[in-house]
Design a protein around this ligand. Structure first.
Ligand SMILES: CC(C)(COP(=O)(O)OP(=O)(O)OC[C@H]1O[C@@H](n2cnc3c(N)ncnc32)[C@H](O)[C@@H]1OP(=O)(O)O)[C@@H](O)C(=O)NCCC(=O)NCCS
Length: 181
């Protein structure tokens, strides 16, 4: 699987992370509990946490074991969020997608655009047969994004992931996927 450093959509530029993104990423989303509510990690306490996360994302790019694109708005040039795609270890025909946007950018259709571009690019790879995504059963906005980009709902995975900002107990999630016929 080889993914491009840059993806373009009408309103967004998706690009590989840069170490200098940490300050804007921390301020825009990584430190915001509204954004991390249904994610698998707690809000970053300081920009140092975000720097570590970006270093890890760059390490995955280097190894080819996962891709994170920063989502930049073309109109304001702001760093708005990110989309990530991670192939399943040992089963590289499958990849899992995740995403987030800073709250200031919600409700404009930006993530449907950005995640849709990553999904199309992933499904265009000859060795990828399936891309899936999961979201907390209470994360209605995320479920709607997955529907809007054409993924199919496959059901609920019970007690699947801990979303520590909601509960210490594993949560039920909705599973969506796109797959080759
Ligand atoms: C999920 C998220 C990326 C959506 O980004 P966005 O750019 O606002 O999404 P879009 O505008 O493309 O689409 C959102 C859709 O959800 C709908 N929606 C919003 N809140 C909703 C809710 N509580 N319940 C159901 N639908 C909801 C919107 O109306 C819109 O649908 P529409 O276009 O049919 O009206 C953004 O809310 C976010 O970053 N949340 C925090 C991080 C997160 O939860 N990431 C996903 C983890 S699985």
């Amino acid at each position: 699987m080889r993914m491009p450093d840059i993806l373009e959509t009408p309103r967004c530029l998706l690009r590989k992370p840069q170490p200098g993104d940490a300050v804007a990423a921390f301020a825009g989303y990584a430190g915001d509990p509204r954004v991390t509510r249904y994610l698998g990690w707690r809000p970053h306490a300081s920009v140092a946490d975000t720097r570590r996360q970006i270093s890890y994302d760059l390490f995955r790019w280097l190894k080819g074991s996962g891709w994170t694109w920063m989502v930049l708005r073309r109109d304001t040039e702001e760093l708005a969020g990110l989309v990530e795609l991670v192939p399943l270890s040992g089963q590289p025909h499958r990849a899992r997608m995740g995403y987030l946007l800073g709250a200031a950018h919600w409700g404009r259709g930006l993530m449907s655009e950005a995640a849709g571009a990553v999904l199309r690019e992933a499904m265009a790879q000859p060795d990828v047969f399936r891309v899936d995504a999961v979201c907390d059963v209470d994360n209605g906005a995320s479920a709607r994004v997955l529907e809007k980009i054409g993924m199919q709902y496959e059901g609920v995975l019970r007690r699947y992931i801990v979303h520590p900002n909601v509960s210490d107990e594993p949560r039920d999630v909705r599973l969506y996927a796109a797959a080759r016929p």
